[in-house]
Design a protein around this ligand. Sequence first.
Ligand code: IPE
Ligand code: IPE
Ligand code: MG
Length: 245
Amino acid sequence: MKEHIDRSNLPQHIAVIMDGNGRWAKRQGAARVFGHRNAIKAVREVTEGCAELGVKYLTLYAFSTENWNRPKLEVDALMQLLVHTIRDEIKTLMDNNVRLATIGNTESLPKDCQRELAEAMRATENNTGLILVLALSYSGRWEILEAVRHIAANVRDGNLQVSDITESMFGDYLATRGMPDPELMIRTSGEMRISNFLLWQLAYSELYIPDVLWPDFRREHLYEAIISYQKRERRFGKISEQLVR
Ligand code: IPE
Ligand code: IPE
Ligand code: MG
């Protein structure tokens, strides 16, 4: 499968909605948390797979703003899992030259989570390979509103003209500033929705939605997604004949 990937046409940025952990657990008669615990292997596979191929950015939707509304037991378990996983996976990140980053309202995470994240980001800050972006307490509307508030304050204070507000400058006010928009967005478990992920950035992303549940997602699935992406014609509103090949 890997040999069918065209290395000259890799997405620079892949975004993933890691969905289906609860259903995966339920299928085997286990508690939802069991699914979350078994999701770590998929995270490792996709991270290593992207790092090996030379993908520059991988953004993983790990916890949405709306996920705070889940039962407290599940939220607490997810936060604990996050703390342990970050601690345990620093070595994997270092071995693969991966730099860790986050987007989202991370100040709302428990203090020990914030500490582990800060430590892992510091430890990996000089790594030059894949940039792994965890979306935590993230939602697209939250991010856009934050940008709007920031821009409005700058206009109010006379530091910005209304006519300065362009698409590219707006992007600089988002949490993903400096990153290219994802060319490919994968959502596992077959759900045909965006669930408040990267609303601005996904404007022209190619979507890939396999039925496989996230805990079963492996490198081969990543390769399939990239190969599917490479077969698509990205027209950006134009017609086929206008595209340079
Ligand atoms: C995704 O799996 C993980 C998070 C949202 C944290 P789910 O927990 O949403 O699993 P399903 O969709 O209920 O199967
Ligand atoms: C989206 O999945 C959020 C993450 C994967 C972190 P959800 O399972 O929360 O989304 P909905 O509720 O099915 O839209
Ligand atoms: Mg879900």
